[in-house]
Design a protein around this ligand. Structure first.
Ligand SMILES: [Zn+2]
Length: 337
């Protein structure tokens, strides 16, 4: 560790003593969530995973950890449209809507799967079902319950599924989506102040820019993984522009603070924008030039977007859930328009 980093740690400790930071909640939650697991392995995690969809922590808990969502809470248990249910992770078609029936269990239930779509795995007296293509956990299959003529119930988590409607419904389903990645200090505040902007579909807190696979909050907080606390903004480009969102970002954090944002010190709190293509870079460089012309000594780093790792569930929508207000992010007009 360099002398520079050491001083950052000291400054960070001072900021915590000042009571400005998120010490209590975050520390407690970290203890619960991290469970001492070792995320330091790297390797072939991404091999054969091209085209897989990014999972929220709740989806990953089901699809990757074999968890079960609570009955009557999923998106599809009471869903009756015509179409095909596909794997949430890899998109493979799994169940046709005409095999879906109302089992009263609170989970989507199908009395048949599409040919070859589902693989059965023995699971302590029950039979687990997984996506035959990618191995995603789907749920369990039960036979002999006499609920339908086929006498079979594929009991599936909604979290493992996506739905593709057939016919006329299919046309408008393809909504316009584009991505933006911003890092400007504690992601709770950045997420909070970007949510609800016109055209914003979703904002997820997470980590980007580091060298460790599946980083956890504790590891990123050490300041040694290279990640920045980053938000992934999904927006509708027919309703807003990348430039409008980037302008907003420059006005809800202080792009002149180097090595910290407000009371949060360390490289994980750096001001950075992760661009996905040359056009995004052009937009950002234009905005930075405008701010410099207005006297702001902008230190925001423009970095190529890498893999985005969603943060632990307890970091998502933090301010909405806690009812608190951001401690270090406030809207401040900087462009003079
Ligand atoms: Zn799959």
């Amino acid at each position: 560790m360099s002398a520079c980093c050491r001083s950052l740690v000291v400054l960070s400790a001072v900021a915590m003593l000042g009571g400005a930071c998120r010490s209590t909640d975050a520390t407690r939650a970290t203890t619960v969530a991290s469970g001492g697991e070792d995320n330091s392995m790297s390797g072939d995690r991404n091999e054969g995973r091209e085209g897989w969809h990014e999972l929220t922590p709740a989806e990953a808990a089901v699809i990757e950890e074999g968890g079960t969502e609570r009955a009557f809470t999923g998106k599809y248990w009471d869903h009756h449209a015509d179409g095909t249910y596909v794997c949430k992770r890899c998109g493979a078609p799994l169940f046709a809507s005409d095999t879906k029936f109302d089992s009263g269990t609170g989970w989507p239930s199908f009395d048949d799967a599409l040919p070859g779509a589902v693989r059965e795995v023995s699971d302590w007296g029950r039979t687990e079902i997984v996506c035959a293509k990618c191995g995603a956990h789907l749920g369990h299959v039960f036979r002999g319950e006499r609920m339908t003529e086929r006498n079979t119930r594929h009991c599936v988590n909604s979290a493992s599924l996506d739905f593709q409607p057939t016919g006329a419904e299919a046309a408008p389903a393809k909504e316009a989506r584009a991505d933006a990645y911003f890092a400007g200090g504690c992601f709770w505040g950045v997420e909070h102040l970007l949510e609800g902007q016109p055209g914003v579909i979703d904002v997820v807190s997470g980590y980007m820019g580091g060298h460790l696979d599946q980083p956890g909050y504790k590891q990123v907080s050490s300041g040694t993984t290279g990640h920045a606390e980053t938000v992934h903004v999904v927006y509708d480009p027919t309703k807003t522009t990348y430039e409008a969102l980037a302008k907003r970002f420059f006005e809800i954090h202080d792009p002149t603070e180097r090595g910290h944002q407000g009371p949060d010190y360390g490289p994980q709190y750096r001001s950075a924008i992760f661009v996905t293509d040359a056009e995004q870079r052009r937009v950002i460089e234009g905005l930075i030039a405008k701010l410099r012309a207005r006297g702001y000594d902008v230190v925001t780093e423009v970095e190529p977007a890498g893999k985005f790792w969603p943060a632990e569930e307890y970091h998502q929508d933090y301010y909405e859930r806690s009812g608190k207000e951001p401690y270090c992010h406030i809207y401040t007009p900087r462009f003079g328009d």
